[in-house]
Structures are given as structure tokens and as C-alpha cells.
Design a protein around this ligand. Sequence first.
Ligand SMILES: [Zn+2]
Length: 57
Amino acid sequence: MVYVCESCRFVFERTGAADDCPDCGKLNIREASREERDAYQKTRAERGKGDDVKAGA
Ligand SMILES: [Zn+2]
């Protein structure tokens, strides 16, 4: 599941339930909306692609 921190807007993924933000430590988190989740997945996919290019060079 993907979560968003309402305090610092940090987006992160947890396999189980999450209580606190790994970035700022606040308990002010909620489940990410579809748009936020899509943006998160896209960013992660782009990063992965960059890593692959680097590893193959
Ligand atoms: Zn936070």
C-alpha cells in the first residue's frame, strides 16, 4: 500500500499497515490517492530504468 504524509507530503510504500512517516516521523499519514499512487509508481519506474542503464554501461 502507498501512503502519503500530510505533514511533509512524503510518499512511501509499505507492505503492511503504516503508522508513522519514515521521513519526518509524524503519525499524520493517510492512504495515497490514485493520482498520488500513479505519480509514485512513475517516479519509481523512471529511477529503475536509470539504474538499469547505469548497470549495463
Ligand atoms: Zn512526513
